[in-house]
Structures are given as C-alpha cells and as structure tokens.
Design a binder for this molecule. Structure first.
Ligand code: SF4
Length: 79
C-alpha cells in the first residue's frame, strides 16, 4: 500500500505521489515519462507533473498499477 506519510519530498503538489518504498525500477518513468521523474537527491522517482486530463490520469493510473512496490499513491478525495 502506498503510504501518504512517507512521500518523497520532490513530489509535485497534488493528489498523486511516490512514497519512499520506491526501488527506482524505472517502470513509472517508462510508462508515464511526462509525469514521473528521477530525483537525484534521493535516488527515487517522484511525481514531476500531476495529470490534468482524463488521458493523463489514465497513463498515471497505469503506472500506479504496474509499480512493483505499490509506491505510487493517490490521496482520497483529490483530483
Ligand atoms: S514504478 Fe514504483 S518502484 Fe518503480 S520507479 Fe516508479 S515508483 Fe519506483
């Protein structure tokens, strides 16, 4: 389960986030390169840009579903 209490600090503010269980498998950055970036300071991925359209949300949700450590989360009631 993604943990909203251990978000990586670099996440762009908004409903989606990456937590510190990320193992930097590159998966989310391959599936949604416009939304996930690599944070050199932590060595982890982070949400670089929040999705704004249905299409973008669908790509980010796909990345979320494929994350092997379930590190990508979405805050309830937002976005
Ligand atoms: S898919 Fe998950 S584990 Fe892989 S880099 Fe993205 S957040 Fe990290």
């Amino acid at each position: 389960m993604p943990n909203p209490h251990s978000k990586v600090p670099a996440n762009h503010e908004g409903p989606y986030y990456v937590d510190t269980d990320c193992i930097d498998c590159h998966g989310c950055r391959e599936i949604a390169p416009r939304h996930f970036g690599f944070d050199e300071e932590t060595g982890l991925s982070y949400v670089m840009r929040q999705p704004e359209t249905e299409e973008e949300r669908s790509v980010v949700n796909e990345a979320m579903e494929h994350c092997p450590t379930e590190s990508i989360g979405k805050e309830e009631g937002e976005g």
